[in-house]
Design a protein around this ligand. Structure first.
Ligand code: CP
Length: 335
């Protein structure tokens, strides 16, 4: 495997093989599988889970890793192309990325969306500008529009809880958050549920529709896999019979990059906080998922998050297992 960038690059069999390998590595540890291998980790955006789970994954497989981020004692990283570097930053990613990559056998890169231009972010300009600089195998640790490690962990999580693929009802719901957040998780989660063949509903308030290209790609994937995709503004009907409620806040496509207009649109939507009554007409065993971090009492109530429906901790642990599977395949772990 030369890149782990998008579940769309993999067949159903390949995804299932990764999920199975993740489970196998949990049940039958392979502490020497990646002995002597090094993973370079470049975090241009903050993290708890991704940072910790990649380091834990490499250690559990017998390899090592190192982390570089702008908060560390480095020279200040410039990311803008064509810039005269007479400001604070003394190093450009054009040198930093190949140097960091050259110290490892694979590199993980995290760079959130700039959220100035939707077109720019949809084209993954910043992420590609970095991966184009290297021949080293790479892993997308969250880019402008993708979070494949989260997606693989979420797929495994639904398998672990016997959530039906065909016939399973997946509701991706917008939730309130005081800030405009990136589209990477909702966009790639929508595609993941669709690829799994589920009947997917995107539940959102007016003005928070996801970009058409994202919705139509996922709709095609759902239909090809025997599922469906629709959008809804009606919470009661959208949640009826749901097996999964996956909450996430995201920024308005209408006002992409316009913080004040986005803020105005979300004002008054504070009741989009997932609470027990959201599950009144859901399937009896409906589960609550969220990629974390999550704001308690804002995105979801404490009673849901701490209650039996919530599988967010299992989901977060699966990040480590899913990434162990990816690293095992990418770095040639002996089965
Ligand atoms: N879900 C996730 O990617 O978490 P972090 O941002 O903490 O890495």
């Amino acid at each position: 495997m030369k890149a782990f960038n998008d579940l769309g690059d993999f067949s159903d069999e390949e995804i299932q093989a990764l999920v199975s390998l993740a489970s196998r590595l949990d049940q039958h540890p392979e502490p020497d599988a990646l002995k002597g291998k090094v993973l370079s980790l470049l975090f241009l955006s903050p993290s708890l889970r991704t940072l910790a789970s990649f380091q834990a994954a490499m250690t559990r497989l017998g390899g090592g890793s190192f982390v570089i981020s702008p908060d560390m004692s480095i020279h200040g990283l410039e990311t803008r192309p064509g810039i005269v570097m007479d400001g604070a930053a003394a190093e450009h990613i054009r040198e930093a990325v190949p140097v960091i990559a050259s110290y490892g056998d694979a590199i993980g890169i995290r760079a959130f969306a700039e959220r100035k231009s939707l077109e720019h972010d949809m084209a993954e300009v910043e992420f590609k500008s970095m991966t184009d600089l290297i021949d080293t195998p790479y892993i997308n640790m969250e880019s402008a529009m993708g979070h494949p490690c989260q997606n693989l962990a979420d797929w495994k999580t639904m398998d672990d809880f016997n959530v039906p693929a065909n016939g399973g009802k997946f509701v991706l719901s917008w939730a309130y958050h005081p800030k405009a957040l990136p589209l990477a998780v909702p966009a790639s989660t929508l595609y993941t549920a669709a690829r799994r063949g589920m009947d997917v509903t995107v539940l959102q308030p007016e003005g928070f529709e996801l970009p058409e290209a994202i919705v139509s790609r996922s709709r095609q994937a759902a239909e090809a896999a025997g599922g469906s995709l629709r959008e809804s503004y009606d919470r009661t009907e959208a949640l009826e019979g749901a097996h999964i409620v996956y909450a996430k806040s995201w920024s308005s496509t209408q006002h992409y990059g316009d913080r004040l207009a986005d803020q105005k649109l979300r004002t008054g939507l504070e009741d989009w906080c997932v609470d027990e009554d959201w599950f009144d007409n859901a399937a009896e065993d409906c589960r609550f998922m969220h990629c974390l971090p999550v704001r308690r009492g804002v995105v979801v109530s404490e009673r849901v998050l701490d209650g039996p429906r919530s599988i967010v901790i299992h989901e977060a642990r699966n990040r480590m297992l899913a990434q162990m599977a990816v690293l095992h395949q990418m770095l040639g772990g002996q089965s």
